[in-house]
Design a protein around this ligand. Structure first.
Ligand SMILES: NC(=O)c1ccc[n+]([C@@H]2O[C@H](COP(=O)([O-])OP(=O)(O)OC[C@H]3O[C@@H](n4cnc5c(N)ncnc54)[C@H](OP(=O)(O)O)[C@@H]3O)[C@@H](O)[C@H]2O)c1
Ligand SMILES: *[C@@H]1O[C@H](CO)[C@@H](O)[C@H](O)[C@H]1NC(C)=O
Length: 327
């Protein structure tokens, strides 16, 4: 009697665990089945810039764009890492017009000299992909918080310096990779004026908060940029790539890495899938009326009021100009 009851319990537990695993597997496959960019656009004779393209989502974006025939400028801070990626891309796509141009977004001087070199040596700019990003403490070479400095300010200056060329080559696009994490961000102009950063602290949690703030900056930047570009045939978009297996967590503590590893391997998509919404924003025909909008899963998304706040976006633009020494 007793042993039969135990046997039933065991069988029941086994059944429950199996059902749980199957459910998890189905959920995972459903979750990872993301839409793909269906555009057949070819890019022969066009020039694109992808920042942070030596690895992760930037690299798979560069691969796709070079497969379409574009001249791809790999705007990266580390020559060796970039050259290694370039040789992979050339091998994989057969396109030899993939070139390294040094860009460290954590140095405004580097952004300026990148823009100068680019404008002197290249004739076109059809698509600018502001992709680079990190979640790392410390300050940039200009004494600005690293996350705010690289994710927002460097890309802000880069885009502004390239706008005239984008206008000359219109229709053209500016695509900025942000994150759903922007929903947790806020823009604290007081903190920004005292610390040249949007928050203080260096714990994993503090860095994540700074990261969300910087991604909200990406949203507001795109919102304001779209207004400034009205009537030019240059359009701009922001997007979340989804949860993607890349090197983005490389500066996080080992405890965090250990804890997140199982979730990462189960639920995060590969970098090729992770590039699809970037590619959609860069290539999809007919989305021009949606300039300034936010996309994910290859579709336009609604955004919270604070990610499209006209006054905050305008002020952020002006503060960014000051921090870049432009006014
Ligand atoms: N992975 C995700 O789940 C996820 C989710 C939402 C949004 N995103 C966004 O997607 C974008 C790409 O990230 P990823 O996941 O592909 O990360 P990743 O694998 O770490 O790649 C980031 C790229 O940015 C470059 N970079 C970092 N600091 C730079 C600087 N100061 N100057 C120039 N380049 C710099 C890196 O260059 P080095 O190799 O030289 O450091 C690298 O090429 C980021 O904007 C990120 O915020 C990612
Ligand atoms: C924008 O594109 C339209 C359609 O091609 C064209 O008629 C118009 O002149 C362009 N405007 C500018 C400012 O280039």
């Amino acid at each position: 009697m007793y042993s039969q009851k135990r046997y039933c319990m065991k069988m029941f537990t086994l059944l429950l665990v199996s059902a749980g695993l199957i459910a998890l597997y189905v959920l995972r496959n459903w979750y990872l089945k993301r839409p793909r960019c269906k555009s057949n656009a070819k890019l022969h004779g066009k020039t694109v810039i992808v920042t942070g393209s030596n690895t992760g989502i930037g690299k798979t974006t560069a691969i796709d764009l070079s497969r379409r025939g574009a001249r791809v400028i790999m705007a990266c801070r580390d020559k060796q890492r970039a050259e290694a990626a370039i040789s992979d891309i050339k091998k994989e796509t057969g396109n030899n017009e993939v070139v390294f141009m040094e860009l460290d977004l954590g140095s405004l001087q580097s952004v300026r000299s990148f823009a100068e070199t680019f404008l002197k040596s290249e004739f076109r700019l059809d698509i600018l992909v502001n992709n680079a990003g990190l979640m790392k403490g410390g300050k940039t070479k200009n004494g600005v918080g690293m996350i705010f400095g690289v994710n927002h300010l460097g890309h802000f200056l880069l885009t502004v310096l390239l706008l005239d060329r984008l206008k000359e080559c219109s229709p053209s696009r500016v695509v900025t990779v942000t994150s759903k994490a922007h929903e947790y961000g806020k823009i604290d102009f007081n903190c920004l004026s005292t610390h040249k950063d949007l928050a203080v602290g260096e714990s994993d949690w503090a860095l994540f908060k700074k990261y969300s703030h910087s991604k909200l900056c990406n949203m507001l930047f795109t919102h304001e940029l779209a207004k400034r570009l009205e009537g030019t045939n240059v359009t701009c978009y922001s997007l979340c790539p989804g949860a993607v297996k890349t090197e983005i967590g490389r500066y996080s503590s080992s405890l965090w890495c250990m804890m997140s590893a199982p979730i990462l391997s189960l639920f995060y998509m590969d970098a090729e899938s992770g590039a699809q919404t970037t590619l959609y924003c860069a290539l999809q025909e007919g989305i021009e009326p949606l300039s300034g909008c936010y996309f994910s899963c290859c579709a336009v998304q609604k955004v919270n009021a604070d990610a499209k706040d006209d006054a905050v976006a305008k002020k952020l633009w002006e503060v960014s100009e000051i921090l870049c020494g432009m006014s």
